[in-house]
Design a protein around this ligand. Sequence first.
Ligand code: GLC
Length: 801
Amino acid sequence: MIINTELEQKGNLFPSKIVAYRKDVDTLYFSTDNDVVLEMTIVRDSVLRFRYTTTGTFEKDFSYAITKYASKGYNLLEIEEEAESYKITTSKLICHIKKDNLQVLIFDAKDHRLINEDELGFHWEESYEYGGNIVKMSKVSHDGESYFGLGDKPVELNLKGKRFENWVTDSYAFGKDTDPIYKAIPFYTGLKDKKAYGIFFDNSFRSYFDFSQERRNVTSFWAQGGEMNYYFIYGPQMEDVVANYTDLTGKPHQLPPLWALGFHQCKWSYYPESTVKEVTSKFRELKIPCDAIYLDIDYMDGFRCFTWDKNHFPDPKRMVKELADDGFKTVVIIDPGIKVDKDYFVFKEALENDYFCKRADGPYMKGKVWPGECYFPDFTHRKVREWWSDLFRDLVENIGVRGVWNDMNEPAVMEVPNKTFPDDVRHEYDGNRCSHRKAHNVYGMQMARATYQGVKKFAYPKRPFVITRAAYSGTQRYCSTWTGDNVATWEHLWIANVQAQRMAMSGFSFAGSDIGGFAEQPSGELFTRWIQLGIFHPFFRVHSSGDHGNQEPWAFDEDVTDIVRKWIELRYQLLPYLYTTFWKYVEEGIPMLKSLVLFDQEDVHTHYRSDEFIFGEQILVCPILEPNARGRRMFIPRGEWFNFWTDQIVSGGKEMWVDAEIESIPVFVKAGAIIPKYPVQQYVGEVNIDEVTLDVYFKNGKESSTLFDDAHDGYDYKKGRYSLRTFKLTGKSDELIIQQHKEGKFDAGYQKFKIELHGLPFTITKVQIDNVEISLNELKINGNNSMIIDKGFSELHIFGN
Ligand code: GLC
């Protein structure tokens, strides 16, 4: 759709002047002469919802994206009627609604500066083909304004100058700029005058965003049906915008089990059982840590979900147990297409209970996927989700599978040009019956939700692990995700990097790519560079289509195996840091990866950077994205940073060359950071950890770091059985003080911290723990930079000269 050509403008309809205003607690209604009503809800002081109807009445309010746990409530709400507009004031925002055309202007309540302003504002066009409206919104785009977010778009981080479509699509071997692909996350963050705000357009129909592409000074969004219904979220910090969006659409319902943050090996497909065992044994033999092994579609009997190919897997329960005894968690794929086969129990049950999707005129929605002709459960029906979740009993409770991988849930249909269901397919949509036009973008999300509910129920008291390919806003509550069928090229390594960052700033941090590339075969060098990036992605899995050769860490030459092992070991060492980062995401919605713009929006140099990012809060990473590189130029954000490999200190705020031969990529640690590390293990829980290393990076000044820990699985942490340590570091030219504060009832098994001091500018002369001097001998001081102390200290005071 084009919004500004004369032809299209002719179809556009606009609100006329406001004739009535009404307030109902936190919701204001502005009605116009031509039956448009703006319903504006004050969700929080910094979150406003705008919802429009053109008929005087609203449809039932229903959203799959918004969580019932979203925070609500504000400190201030004042409404004044002025000559030309209504003025709504909260403690964070001032909003004007113009009386003559319903246009909206939003200002910062503190400094009264304009943040966001309607251009044409809300307008619409009647959809004669389908009924209802094409709903449209256009906003002024100011010079220097930047845009970020929108889920998995494989483009530069800054979206300015581009147009996008949201329609989840199976996109085998997509490339840079392919649009749309697997996910629909209609949420973006705008950055104007260094202040960030977000817009979440909660409309599941096919929707579009235009960021100053068609007209330089206009940003617009529209959908092919449904309501104009969006949330305005103010920061002004970008991190707060993302955290508030994540609060609204939901944080993960629980932490993942720690093993899910380990390394996962996958391929289409490992079978029969002997091949699976060969792969897992090889990991142990070569001492390459690995926690999860995947079974792709060939484990099933003729691709029938919830069955096993008994020739290749004669006794799945025994196999899964043997793998588990060796530290491997088994994850199996489950697709939505159910084979049309009257002797197949899943098909029969769904047919008998009327659980399959149907076309408008009555026949079942039939489409071809891996098993041949299939019918598809309507996951937008609560009863269907309950039935589906019960199907996991045997797999999870009996056989012992620990994770489920949902694929093809766009839903993907083969041999048809639009790759999915036709528009007329009917859906229950939890009591809001509708066509596929409205349900398409949420179909995969509802499948993942049903799967999650099943795995959660039958894995209890362990935590569930689910991964999905398709997603709509809010899917992060249930599961992790990967970026779909990428290709083994250097360009795709670049794409993997921007996609993981973009997913994090779209509220969905638990994401990763098919490392090495799904289609085609990477060189050893590309595979190595991809692993080096992948260890910093919350979801860390190698996967490939399997028809172009092998992609295990030993499938290349020995040098590759050795380097890759070293990097996977680093991932396992960093697990306590990553787990703490995950906990902050689950608690507060803080994105686990921070693009530089999100880390330091005050510095305009960051607004156009795509390669560098912060892993957690204190580690700066920049992948190598080219063959034969011996290093690269990169931007170091402001502040002091330690080169992770050399301990050399650099001052940021500038671009610089960083060496990175094939063994390394640029990694820096923020000065003052305290990074917790585990010893290397072959899988999570392999060894009893009796000592945790704290890498302390000296800073002249103060810095705070945290370490979260718990049982690494189960739900006890929700009842207070966790341990949260806060370390406050204060450094001076001849002194270093680390104060520790501990919260929570969990007592981790280890007793000692090994303190590794980096960049200490003095020689240690005296050490006090909780005001008592300790002899340097007793501390096992190793040179000038290492000591072992009891984990219970409150204050470690190091003196020197
Ligand atoms: C799809 C998935 C891929 C999987 C394959 C076979 O292409 O994206 O990950 O291996 O189907 O199940």
